[in-house]
Design a protein around this ligand. Sequence first.
Ligand code: G16
Length: 545
Amino acid sequence: MPTAYKVQFGEPFRDQKPGTSGLRKSSKQFEQPHYLESFVEAIFRTLPGVQGGTLVLGGDGRYGNRRAIDVILRMGAAHGLRHVITTIDGILSTPAASNLIRKNNAIGAIILSASHNSGGPDGDFGVKINGSNGGPAPESLTNAIYSCTQNLEEYLIVDHLPISLKEVGKHSIGAMTIEVVDGVEDYISLMQKLFDLDKISSFIKEDFTIVFDALNAVTGPYAKRLLEDLLQAPSGTVRNSIPLEDFGGCHPDPNLTYAKDLADLLLKEQRYSFGAACDGDGDRNMILGRACFVNPSDSLAVLTANASCAPAYSSGLKGVARSMPTSAAVDVVAKQLDIPCFETPTGWKFFGNLLDSDRITLCGEESFGTGSNHVREKDGLWAVLFWLQILSVKQCSVVDLMSQHWRRFGRHYYSRHDYESIPTHIAHGLYEKFELMLPELIGTSFGGSSVQHADNFSYVDPVDSSVTNGQGLRVILQDGSRVVLRLSGTGTQGATIRVYLEQYAPPEANLNQNPQLALKDLIADFNSLSEITSLTGMVKPTVIT
Ligand code: G16
């Protein structure tokens, strides 16, 4: 047994505060001596069950993945872990990690990813912590990890040469067993249980052409096996399918700006019936049809309305949930289905209690995340299969499905405007100034209606009654329209301001407008009140979704 020893590093790292989804910093910051080790030490001191427990470990393959796995294995052995499950080349998507935790009764996972942020030596790296239910660590745990880092001056580690992750097998470091598993297989078996893949396969063979962009990130190996091997889509259906350390220069964020090549194939050239992309770690998804972009809020509503098309959900849904900035499109569907609909703060962790207590079956967020009770993370490829399942049962195109949906439930015109890399003091100043204005806005005219309610969103968890304050500024109008202002919790350069805009059009209204036009009055009034252009110096948002 290699002997565990302490490494003293002097001054604690006081900037290791986890954001919406773990600790996310530039690769350069993570490369400072002892930086990664300090955060890992805080995890091992705080996560329940480390001594004698099983941990799932892997990442999206970005620069730093392999080094971090070696360090975590050596520190895990020093801290008395009994068993670590990792994967070939350490490649593991976030939803697949969630599945492995649940299947193996693990104490949790350490997932190495900065999600949709760019990678490489000049990009970002991240460490996400998942708990024993398979979901992102709750705030109580990430706060405890953070406070541990504040006084931390040393960590425990053993010396050991890197373990080979080239093939399936078992290794050990002292008393700790390291099991290298395939990583993809377990996830595929789960998908086979949820969906009728034969039905999808027959459908896409009948001239329904599909394309998937893995953006050189983690979903490539999963998508190849699912779409090309199992569904028998033509070879080449999965583009950019090999995970690369810098994502081949791609920004692995599935939206119209960063997945532009795919968007052009569907929206401009109209070469395929269906297109999709996932982000760096495989939990986000973007769905496109021929000449049709599916807004993520609408995607959740469509999945909810048509859930019975998939075998796993054919007996109905317990309830649904969406994050606060996500449009109320799913609320309208839930009302018609007569099932509960919950509104939570941004962050998948807030769905955990609702899923664990069986109050909801599906949930989703405007930030391209949709998922269900099959795991405790959002799941990109699951959403792709769910869409294909619905289309295969309805035998229709994406654009037809969307029009039918809006004709039945009405349309929530929706858009998110992101202002990225804003100096932190300017972004916080703008946010605080707007918050101070909220009480005075009530009753004034705004976006063609008048302000009925304005606040900073607070959430009381219906399961454990915990309260989370300060989750975003909401301006709610008499006609149900909304503007929401939030500061992102996942950026690493300066601050990102997110403005969410939403307006409902009933089934009989004009449902085919461009969202930017439909929302133009809301946009103009928000921009002028918040003075966002003059304060940020940006004449337009960095990304418009
Ligand atoms: C993370 C969380 C999501 C959340 C998103 C918000 O996404 O997992 O649940 O919606 O952050 O991001 P922001 O604070 O930038 O708006 P991911 O995919 O980065 O893990």
